[in-house]
Design a binder for this molecule. Structure first.
Ligand SMILES: Cc1ncc(COP(=O)(O)O)c(C=O)c1O
Length: 459
């Protein structure tokens, strides 16, 4: 049992999430499906807002909707007092549909089209984060063409290493942002352009950052740069956007966590607030602090419920092919079509056999997904390729994947023509409601076109 998370309990041998029996749920519906908790979502937002505002009152959270942009979810985020960060026109549309005012939205992205820029500027988003000197010119041109002034915040690569997965590092010489050597030039260009207002500076050092040290370095570097660019461009910035990246304890934490194990985190929102907010409050108390947390808001709000559909025993062999033991395999109905990060970043999600939650988990199993790829096999626990499940685990048992609320619904795909999953939520009042429907067969063929047919909206 995840001893550290009170949202999970056991009743009659079944795992419950926010007081809902996951096995009973699975018995009445097609698996896999997600279950979200409104209570947890509100708590997560309050933890970030409260911790940061205690240290730097002028802090605003722009929840990174790429982590989960489901409309019900966004509605709760808005109601809980957070704003929203969007990364493409579709996310902008979803944020507006969820009821956010344009002034509550910041627009990011590393390849914005002219059309997206025009839409964002015309609807009046709070600011556009700008990814390159080229893009700064493009935003200026588009703003001029519609007679608007766009508030911009150049995104600066402050060149700070982190110990997260290399695919999630974003401010250490990778593709995102403007080289720090060009920061002054970017702000001078923005200040000189009649249709641009250099309103702030943006940085985002990556996702699942399990140490505060990179934040300390990044904020220090950014505040140095703020002073430099203000001098060079003759402007006074209104905000510093420190991005997101706060880590989630995907692994049940041992007493000490090695910083290079990025699934293991002992940090709280208060620790990040101290490192990020503390530096801004000390050096530039006049600057508003914007944050863009996604994963740390969304991950612990949901569980994925799947079912075991196949099992087998195969030989474990040494290098010479000699059988040196047995391996028990179980295959669930959710693979990288449902949890894409499990293969593209070898992501680790804790799993519990929900239908045997009262039994001792003392036996090694290999855990696989249903897709035809050999790679659709879940990573094992910290020290082995195996998951520890109760010895009697078998076909028909229900398996829960914990902390499955971030970068999951967003990344689902219908590979092998498997329907993408439904999602439900336990509201703050304890009611179970559906918030996403599962694909139907009609959905699976809906995008295929008979050659010669006219396709709406396309040339
Ligand atoms: C610019 C930007 N802001 C915020 C985020 C959210 O990061 P996280 O979900 O780790 O908090 C991301 C995602 O990596 C991002 O690219």
């Amino acid at each position: 049992m995840p001893a550290t998370d009170p949202l999970y309990t056991v009743r009659g041998g079944h795992l419950c999430f926010d007081d809902v029996d996951l096995v009973e749920m699975a018995d009445g519906r097609a698996t896999p499906f997600f279950v979200f908790s409104e209570r947890r979502l509100r708590d997560n937002i309050e933890a970030v807002l409260g911790s940061f505002r205690r240290i730097h009152e002028a802090t605003d959270v722009f929840y990174a909707s790429k982590a989960c942009s489901n409309l019900w979810f966004l509605g709760v985020v808005r109601d809980a007092g957070a704003n929203v960060e969007v990364n493409a026109e579709g996310e902008l549309e979803k944020a507006l549909a969820a009821g956010f005012e344009p002034s509550q939205i910041v627009f990011n992205g590393v390849a914005k089209t002219r059309h997206e820029i025009e839409h964002a500027v015309a609807c009046g988003v709070r600011a556009l984060m700008v990814d390159s000197l080229y893009e700064l010119g493009r935003v200026g041109e588009v703003a001029a063409s519609i007679g608007a002034v766009a508030a911009v915040a150049p995104r600066i690569d402050v060149h700070v290493p982190t110990l997260t997965h290399p695919g999630l590092e974003t401010a250490h010489g990778g593709k995102a942002g403007i080289d720090r050597d060009d920061a002054a030039r970017a702000f001078v260009l923005a200040a000189e352009h009649p249709n641009l207002e250099p309103a702030g500076m943006h940085l985002h050092i990556g996702s699942q950052i399990t140490s505060v040290e990179p934040y300390r370095q990044a904020i220090d570097a950014a505040l140095d740069l703020v002073a430099e660019v203000e001098g060079a461009a003759g402007v006074r910035l209104r905000f510093l956007n420190a991005g997101g990246g706060f880590a989630v304890p995907y692994r049940e934490a041992p007493v000490t966590c090695h910083p290079s194990d990025y699934f293991c985190s002992l940090l709280t929102a208060a620790d990040y607030a101290q490192a990020v907010g503390g530096a801004v409050a000390a050096r530039r108390p006049d600057l508003q602090l914007f944050l863009e947390p996604g994963r740390s808001i969304a991950a612990t709000t949901a569980v994925l419920v799947s079912r075991i559909e196949n099992e087998k025993v195969k030989g474990r062999r040494d290098g010479a092919g000699r059988r040196i033991g047995d391996e028990r395999w179980v295959t669930v109905d959710a693979g990288f079509n449902t949890l894409l990060e499990h293969t593209n970043y070898a992501w680790y999600y804790r799993t519990i056999v929900a239908s045997r939650a009262g039994e001792e988990a003392d036996t090694d199993f290999r855990l696989a997904g249903p897709l035809c790829d050999g790679g659709d096999v879940y990573a094992g626990d910290a020290d082995s390729p195996y998951r520890r499940f109760p010895a009697g685990t078998t076909v028909g048992d229900v398996v829960a994947f914990l902390d499955a609320g971030a970068y999951t619904l967003e990344m689902m795909n219908p590979y092998n023509a498997r329907p993408t999953a439904a999602a439900y939520a336990v509201t703050a009042a304890g009611e179970l409601v559906q918030i996403r429907r599962r694909d139907t067969v009609e959905d699976l063929v809906a995008h295929d076109v008979v050659p010669g047919d006219v396709v709406a909206g396309e040339a």
